[in-house]
Design a protein around this ligand. Structure first.
Ligand SMILES: [Zn+2]
Length: 95
């Protein structure tokens, strides 16, 4: 299966499942989501589900307005975080 980010369409690099829902996300989207104020909640909730033996846990769901928030975070990181920018270049460069 060819990896494809459910959120931004990137097809390269590492992929992980979101903490909020079952989106399959690229490294950029994972980095962005881990900065969300609700991320710790989502993580704690996932841990509880695992402890309780829940199979196929769906997550707490994406926070409201997540799309807009993520777009702004991504832009913010791309202009302030060199590591993020390098990663972004590496994953989106067409060469
Ligand atoms: Zn992505």
């Amino acid at each position: 299966m060819k990896p494809l980010c459910d959120r931004c369409g990137i097809t390269r690099g590492g992929f992980k499942m979101s903490m909020f829902n079952k989106d399959w996300c690229c490294e950029l989207c994972i980095t962005v989501e881990s900065r969300h104020p609700n991320y710790a909640n989502a993580r704690a909730s996932e841990l509880e589900a695992v402890k309780a033996g829940v199979k196929n846990y769906d997550g707490i769901g994406l926070p409201e307005d997540y799309g807009q928030w993520a777009k702004e975070q991504r832009l913010h990181l791309a202009t302030t975080d060199e590591r993020f920018l390098l990663l972004m270049d590496g994953l989106t460069n067409e060469e």
